[in-house]
Design a protein. Structure first.
Ligand code: MIG
Length: 651
């Protein structure tokens, strides 16, 4: 059952697409205070779990920390960070009482889940203008399914997007891309996608290609297609200010950019230097920006990743002027000198809350200050792209995912989780984040495998890939300046060929389970407790996940170990994909076990009385040989395989 409560004048975010009557009663759980902004408070019992928040820090159980949902370009994903790139305002309280809550509010909102007081949950935001949805049900899983029904069906990517992709910030010229493909193909490591980061553009101008480095871009795209490689270019939020750059000119002409209070176009520095932000919250500007993706589609491109859409700001002219004043007038005379002020203030030029108050969106003729609706920018950039592509080819699926998101964006594209690091703790964070993202509708999701910032190691990359086999978005991505991270950059390339190959052996299952989940508003990736709700032990397990309805995975996420402890809620078949291509199968009883898993092995468990299809490894999705399909697991059971042409829109 879902009840809707309204406070003040809520902003129409478009998260919820099912109309619901507003309830006249008061919320039956906890208490609400409307004196200073909005505040919801609830006393948690010791054993209550709080699920949700999608792309957020820490565990599957969100208790014991404070989260600011305030989309933020945060490349420092350390344990104390409160804000990441997304704002997914959905939580579930699972315990003595059982309910889910969606806070439909477009600005910064804080979830204090037992941080200030260990037994107290407080959700608060500055303005008491929001809709609150309270969902009751028997289990958390049931609450998720009800929530998913009112937010609409999740984005469905084309089938090729379930292949493996290579990315790196710093590939600049056609030759760089060709080298990567040659290395993958010659080493027989499967691959379907090659990502183009900002360097492919002409001076970081959206929808342009650097003609010096890519003189025949269309020919290159074509050539790659022949090799079964999809090139996926990045699009950034800021449009470069440059006379005679037609996108800039058109946007200026038609008032499609975000404006300052005085009506001039707001300026923010990002990669191209000074830029304007397309006002994607304004339907006309959104349609205009979305129509520009056609420029690359017409060259044969069939997928994109949207970046910098928090929107990220390096600095603004206003911020720099204030900083200069401070240096000139205040720094040397400051009473607290010497201090860290100069440095903190310099760092504070980027993504400054002050800058988010300096610009406005035109929403139905009304100027709305950006900070009030900050968390909707990324969602609406994804929406711009999705709607633009839909208009262009209404019956074709495109690959599309974004960095910043809000619930609702799950209908338009997937997400990657932004700038993580090559740390073992970030592999674990990736594991824990996946089910939370699924609760919020983001099924097509993944992290930068191997880690984006800092230098990876061979063993970390292998372990991360062995987990990435199960994440719908499986992409190796790394930052410029870090150690080479492509799978062929390390010794014993055959180990990488094998681990990535397992993804392709499992692809019919992964695709089938993903599609069934997407079509029926279900989860592809679940916490164990969602399947085994009567098993108290499962409530504690955060490093094992259910993938689809048949399997449980137990990734290894620590260095220098040859295995790990696992918990089995029932008898299961322990499967290992061995490096020589064979599959080992052992039946293990319910309970605790230590399993051996070498660096070049991929483990999974098949649930009792279930089986899954596998095929022979292939080097790309197109080459998967369905006739090689066989069942493994409890092969007396039936498996309900979903398949389709992988490219037509599912209605
Ligand atoms: O300020 O385009 O998260 O994936 O490689 C950094 C360069 C901008 C951030 C993205 C990352 C991408 C990088 N971008």
């Amino acid at each position: 059952m879902i009840k809707k409560y309204s406070y003040g004048t809520p902003f129409q975010t478009d998260t919820i697409i099912t109309p619901l009557e507003t309830s006249a009663s008061t919320v039956e759980f906890g208490s609400i205070l409307l004196s200073e902004g909005f505040q919801f408070t609830y006393k948690m019992a010791d054993n209550d779990i709080v699920y949700g928040l999608g792309e957020a820090n820490r565990g599957i159980n969100k208790r014991g920390f404070i989260y600011d949902n305030d989309c933020f370009d945060n490349p420092h994903q350390t344990e104390e960070q409160r804000s990441f790139y997304a704002a997914h305002n959905f939580i579930i309280i699972d315990g003595t009482e059982h309910f889910g809550m969606y806070f439909d509010y477009p600005g910064k909102i804080t979830f204090d889940i037992g941080y200030t007081l260990q037994d107290t949950l407080t959700v608060s935001c500055e303005n008491a203008d929001l809709n609150l949805y309270v969902i009751t049900g028997d289990t958390s899983y049931d609450i998720v399914k009800q929530f998913r029904k009112i937010i609409g069906r999740s984005y469905i990517p084309p089938k090729y997007a379930f292949g493996f992709g290579q990315s790196r910030w710093g590939y600049k010229a056609r030759q760089d891309f060709e080298n990567v493909v040659t290395n993958y193909r010659e080493n027989h490591i499967p691959i379907d996608m090659l990502y183009m980061d900002i360097d492919y553009m002409d001076s970081f101008k959206d929808f342009t290609v650097n003609e010096d480095e890519f003189s025949d871009f269309e020919g290159m795209v074509n050539d790659m297609q022949k090799k079964h490689i999809h090139l996926i270019p990045i699009i950034d939020a800021g449009v470069k200010i440059e006379d005679s750059y037609d996108i800039y000119e058109e946007g200026k002409e038609n008032s499609y950019f975000c404006k300052r209070e005085d009506g001039t176009d707001f300026e923010a520095a990002v990669w191209p230097g000074l830029t304007h932000f397309p006002d994607v919250l304004n339907p006309d500007a959104r349609a205009w920006f979305g129509s520009k993706y056609e420029r690359l589609i017409s060259k044969g491109i069939d997928g994109f990743w949207n970046d910098m859409c928090e929107p990220a700001i390096f600095y603004t002219p206003e911020g720099v002027a204030e900083y200069k004043n401070y240096l000139k007038n205040d720094l040397l005379t400051s009473e607290t000198f010497p201090n860290f002020d100069a440095r903190t203030k310099a760092e504070g030029l980027a993504n400054s809350p002050e800058d988010y108050k300096r610009f406005y969106h035109n929403i139905n003729g009304k100027m709305v200050r950006h900070d009030k609706v900050h968390n909707l920018y990324g969602m609406n950039m994804t929406r711009a792209a999705f709607e633009g592509l839909e208009k262009l080819e209404p019956n074709k699926r495109f690959l599309l995912f974004s960095r910043s998101s809000f619930i609702g964006a799950h209908r338009y594209g997937g997400v990657w989780t932004g700038d993580n690091c090559s740390w073992w703790s970030h592999l674990l964070l990736n594991i824990k984040m996946m089910p939370s993202l699924n609760m919020c509708g983001f099924l097509y999701a993944g992290a930068d495998i191997g880690g984006f910032g800092s230098n990876t190691t061979r063993d970390l990359l292998l372990r991360w890939l062995a987990f990435g086999v199960f994440t719908p978005l499986m992409r190796n991505h790394s930052a410029i300046g870090t150690r080479n991270q492509e799978c062929y950059s390390f010794e014993h390339i055959e180990d990488f060929r094998h681990v990535v190959g397992v993804r392709y052996r499992l692809l019919p299952y992964i695709y089938s389970e993903f599609m069934k989940a997407a079509i029926s508003d279900d989860m592809y990736c679940k916490p164990l407790a969602f399947e085994y709700s009567d098993d108290n032990m499962c409530r504690q397990v955060e490093d094992q996940l259910m993938i689809g309805n048949e399997i449980m995975i137990t990734p290894v996420y620590t260095q220098n170990t040859s295995g790990r402890y696992v918990y089995l809620p029932e008898e299961m078949k322990f499967i290992k994909f061995m490096p020589n291509g064979t599959i080992s199968e052992t039946v293990l009883d319910k309970g605790h076990h230590y399993i051996e898993v070498q660096l070049n092995e991929v483990p999974l468990f098949i649930r009792r009385n279930k089986c899954i299809p596998i095929v022979n490894a292939a080097e790309c999705v197109d080459d998967i040989d369905i006739s090689s399909m066989k069942m493994i697991g409890y092969t007396d059971a039936d498996y309900d395989l979903y398949d389709d042409d992988g490219i037509s829109i599912i209605r």
